[in-house]
Design a protein around this ligand. Structure first.
Ligand code: SAM
Length: 312
C-alpha cells in the first residue's frame, strides 16, 4: 500500500480500517475481467487472512497465483453452501480470519455469499467488506440512462410463471432496471422484454473491462433485431429505461376503477378470485390482504342487500 500516496487531509491513516482482524469474514470484490482492477487493499486482506473461501477454487487459484498470493482455500458454492457455510463459520468462531471471493465481482451480488453473511450476522460474527468491481453498477454508470433511481433484478428466472410475474411487475417499474444475462439466453430475454415491457431504450453492456468491451445504447426492438443474425458472445448486463409515467397512466386500465371492480375485471378475464386479488394488489402496489378485505366487505354488503361505501 506504500506506493499509493494517501490524501491525508481526507483519509488520515488512523481513520482507515486497515488491520486484518481475526474471527472476521471479509467479503472481497475481485475483477470482472481486468486483472488490474484488484485493489491494493483486496491484495493485502487476501494475503493476511488464514484461509479463502472461493466459489471455484481452481479459477480463484489462478487469480491468486497471478498476484503471488498463496493461501489455503475451501470451496463455497451454490450446491455446498449449507454444510460448507457452517464449517467456515465454525472456523471463524474459533478465531480464524476468512476472505470470501467469487468468480468475479462482488460476492453476495447474484453470487454465493448472501447466506454466509446472514449466518455470521445471526451468530454475531463480524463481517467486513473490501469493495471492488460490480458488473451491475459499472454497467449502470456507463449506460447513459437515468442513474438516480434504479432496481437490480439479477438473472430473470427461467421458470415460466415466475418469469411472467417478474416481467409484468417490471412493465410498471419507473426506475432504471438492471438485469444480468448469459449469452445463450440473451435472444429469448430480449424477445420477452420487448413483448411484455414494450419497446424502450436499453444499453447492452458487454464484456466490461475486457478487450472487447462494448456498450450498445439502443432500443429493445433494435437489439432483438441485431441478435437475430449475430450470435451473442461474452457477458452481458442489460440496463433498461424505466416505464415513463405517461405510458404508465395509459397502461393502467384499472386506474378509474374501485378495488372491487378491478378484481371483478380480472375474474371476467378468466382468473380465479385468489389470482385476481393477487394481481390487483400487485397492480396497485398494496397488500393482498387489503384488497381481499375490501372485496369480502363488498360481498357481505351485497349479500345483506345493502350498500357499503367503505368497500370502495
Ligand atoms: N457478483 C458479480 C458482480 O457483482 O459483478 C456478478 C456475478 S453473476 C454470477 C455473473 C453475471 O454478471 C454475468 O452473467 C453477467 O451478466 C455479469 N457480468 C460479470 N462480469 C461481466 C462483465 N465483465 N461484463 C458484463 N457483464 C458481466
Amino acid at each position: 500500500m506504500s506506493s499509493i500516496k494517501s490524501p491525508e487531509k481526507y483519509y488520515p491513516e488512523d481513520r482507515q480500517k486497515n488491520r486484518t482482524e481475526k474471527g472476521t469474514l471479509y467479503l472481497v470484490g475481485t475483477p470482472i475481467g481486468n486483472l488490474a482492477d484488484l485493489s491494493e487493499r483486496a491484495k493485502k486482506v487476501l494475503s493476511e487472512v488464514d484461509f479463502i473461501a472461493a466459489e471455484d477454487t481452481r479459477n480463484s487459484g489462478r487469480l491468486l497465483a497471478f498476484y503471488g498470493i498463496q493461501k489455503p482455500m475451501v470451496s463455497y458454492f451454490e450446491h455446498n453452501k449449507r454444510e460448507r457455510g457452517e464449517l467456515i463459520v465454525r472456523r471463524i468462531e474459533a478465531g480464524e480470519a476468512c476472505a470470501l471471493i467469487t468468480d468475479a465481482g462482488m460476492p453476495a451480488i447474484s453470487d454465493p455469499g448472501e447466506d454466509i453473511v446472514r449466518l455470521c450476522a445471526e451468530r454475531g460474527i463480524p463481517v467486513s467488506v473490501v469493495p471492488g468491481p460490480c458488473a451491475a453498477i459499472a454497467a449502470l454508470a456507463v449506460s447513459g440512462l437515468f442513474t438516480a433511481k434504479f432496481v437490480f433484478e439479477g438473472f430473470l428466472s427461467t421458470a415460466t410463471g415466475e418469469r411472467r410475474e417478474t416481467l409484468e411487475r417490471l412493465k410498471r417499474e419507473t426506475r432504471t432496471i438492471l438485469l444480468y444475462e448469459a449469452p445463450h439466453k440473451l435472444r429469448a430475454t430480449l424477445a420477452d422484454l420487448l413483448r411484455v415491457l414494450g419497446d424502450r431504450p436499453v444499453s447492452l453492456c458487454r464484456e466490461l473491462t475486457k478487450l472487447n468491451e462494448q456498450i450498445l445504447r439502443t432500443t429493445l426492438s433494435e437489439a432483438a433485431k441485431r441478435y437475430e443474425t449475430e450470435t451473442p458472445r461474452g457477458e452481458f448486463v442489460l440496463v433498461l429505461a424505466g416505464a415513463e409515467n405517461a405510458a404508465l397512466q395509459e397502461d393502467a386500465f384499472w386506474s378509474q376503477m374501485t378495488e372491487a371492480e378491478h378484481v371483478e375485471a380480472y375474474i371476467r378475464r378468466g382468473m380465479t378470485k385468489a389470482d385476481a386479488v393477487k394481481q390487483a394488489a400487485r397492480d396497485r402496489g398494496v397488500s393482498k390482504s387489503k384488497i381481499y378485505n375490501i372485496v369480502m366487505k363488498k360481498e357481505e354488503a351485497s349479500s345483506n342487500g345493502g350498500n357499503d361505501d367503505d368497500a370502495n
